[in-house]
Design a protein around this ligand. Structure first.
Ligand code: GLN
Length: 250
């Protein structure tokens, strides 16, 4: 199959090698005989209805977020329609914040968001930095762990009806106190986890690929398992670092 991916603002939102997430999706799709077709969707571009099976947006400093905020807010209706039609989405850190309603930055100015996820973010003077480990259940009865790295000043508040992506085992997560990390709405995943995220969490990469294929076929397939010993090692090293982190660890 040809899996159509829209990469939002790769020229503005790409820190901590977030671009690497696309490379992982590309390779894991190819190992199953699928092809990833990646299209850049940036300033002034439209999110054409039905053009994508998966949308991806990386993280960025406040300065870059301020540059893209009004543009992504202008794409809000298209992005909400895409989510409603079952397009899979992965949004990391600054991109995650801009999928919410707004990000109130240090100056107090509110950067508008796309309003895809029921949340908002407020800048705080304590940066939340370090390795993170969370437990999440994307499929009922299947609890998995996600390991990554966070670096954000934004404190994200989940609003009524919002579902966290996971429970913080070690690290800060959305706000350093609620014990929740990220947000999940159907096939839309938002998270603070950089790293990049997917090389050390191959199960999530496969889940996103399956959801993207499901957007085309109507049903997310069970993808054949791959030999992931290196990825699993990266996951366990990252998890051990998070657990050993101490500090704000729970
Ligand atoms: N600029 C945002 C914050 O500090 C997001 C940072 C990021 O993407 N790592 O919270």
């Amino acid at each position: 199959m040809r899996i159509r991916v829209g990469h939002l603002y790769p020229d503005y939102l790409n820190i901590y090698a977030d671009r690497g997430n696309i490379a992982v999706l590309e390779q894991r799709a190819a190992w199953r005989g699928h092809e990833l077709q990646v299209q850049t969707v940036s300033m002034g571009d439209r999110v054409e209805a039905g053009a994508h099976d998966l949308l991806y947006v990386g993280g960025g400093q406040d300065r870059e977020q301020a540059l893209v905020a009004h543009d992504i807010a202008g794409k809000g209706e298209e992005l909400r329609k895409a989510a409603a039609h079952g397009v899979a989405m992965l949004a990391v850190c600054g991109g995650y914040q801009l999928l919410g309603r707004f990000y109130r930055e240090r100056s107090g100015a509110e950067l508008p968001g796309a309003g895809v996820l029921p949340l908002h973010t407020v800048w705080g003077d304590r940066r939340m930095i370090g390795d993170v480990l969370l437990e999440c259940e994307l499929e009922p009865g299947s609890t998995r762990t996600l390991a990554g790295f966070e670096n954000h000043a934004g404190h994200t508040i989940l609003e009524d009806g919002a579902k966290a992506l996971g429970r913080v085992v070690a690290g800060f997560g959305n706000d350093g106190s609620s014990g929740s990390e990220g947000c999940r709405a159907g096939r839309v995943i938002g998270t603070y986890l950089h790293g990049p995220l997917l090389p050390r969490n191959p199960w999530l990469a496969d889940w996103l690929l399956a959801q993207a294929i499901g957007h085309q076929t109507g049903e997310a397939p069970i993808l054949e398992l791959l030999e992931d010993s290196l990825e699993d090692l990266a996951h366990s090293v990252s998890s051990a670092r998070a657990r050993a982190r101490g500090g704000r660890a729970r």
